[in-house]
Design a protein around this ligand. Structure first.
Ligand SMILES: C[S@@+](CC[C@H](N)C(=O)[O-])C[C@H]1O[C@@H](n2cnc3c(N)ncnc32)[C@H](O)[C@@H]1O
Length: 238
């Protein structure tokens, strides 16, 4: 059995450094930059995200159009900033305050007003305060052991309306297989570099088990390097 507190403690340390452009950047460092340099760098990063995730932005802007969306693990937040253009409301949630402060600074700069921010201190009991008809977790839930993710999802379920659309990015089985099926505490270092405490693969059976019978898996899309780098699961709450 895995202790939730231990997993979260490790993730809070690791995920202050996030994918940003051609490398990874520490959010505490980014927040020390003067406005001009800060926004210039952010605009530079967006070019990489657009290149990698442009197809997602096109597809999921439509999926989330007019919806009130909960995002967990928002990182540096560019995806949510894009989707907030078509969504009614976007709620950024993260376990690290500095990550949320970074997005708040960008949202202020871009004058994005239909966004909210919530720091999640207790991932299995957090009160998200609103009911949502959209949910987004991009590269998040595979960074905790399945048992922890299941508890986190059971809590999130309380805040999703029937008909809610969910987009969840995970690492596919094929990526784990190509790495030689390592233990998940070693797989994390292979996918996201030194110090990454955990990464798990997901396939269709496992995502269905994570969300349970209350959710219907509508599609799964493998993409990235050799079509084995990422998998997007598209679900709907019954
Ligand atoms: C790999 S980053 C992904 C960031 C962003 N979603 C993206 O696609 O670029 C993982 C993010 O999830 C957050 N996180 C890690 N574990 C979490 C958990 N159990 N629940 C919610 N957020 C978590 C981290 O602080 C970090 O911002």
């Amino acid at each position: 059995m895995f202790a939730v507190a231990d997993t979260l403690k490790k993730n809070r340390k690791r995920w202050k450094t996030l994918p940003a452009g051609e490398r990874r950047e520490n959010v505490e460092y980014l927040m020390t930059l003067e406005d001009k340099e800060f926004y210039k760098l952010y605009l530079h990063y967006t070019k990489f995200w657009e290149k990698e995730r442009g197809w997602e932005y096109e597809k999921y802007s439509e999926t989330f159009s007019g919806r009130s969306v909960l995002e967990i693990g928002s990182g540096l937040g560019y995806d949510g900033i894009i989707y907030s253009n078509s969504a009614e409301k976007w709620v950024f949630c993260d376990i690290i305050p500095e990550n949320l402060q970074f997005i708040q600074r960008i949202a202020d700069y871009l004058n994005v007003t239909n966004v909210h921010f919530q720091l999640v201190e207790d991932v299995i009991n957090h009160d998200f305060r609103y009911m949502f008809d959209g949910f987004y977790a991009h590269g998040v839930l595979h960074h905790v052991p399945f048992e922890v993710a299941q508890k986190e999802v059971a809590n999130i379920d309380r805040f999703l309306k029937p008909g809610a659309k969910l987009i969840i990015l995970m690492y596919p089985y094929e990526r784990w297989d190509l790495c030689g099926k390592p233990p998940f505490d070693e797989f994390g270092c292979m996918t996201d570099g030194e110090g990454t405490p955990w990464a798990e693969y997901y396939d269709e059976l496992k995502i269905q088990e994570l969300f349970g019978n209350g959710y219907c898996l509508e599609d799964s899309i493998k993409w990235g390097d050799q079509n084995a780098e990422f998998v997007n699961f598209e679900l709907i709450k019954r």
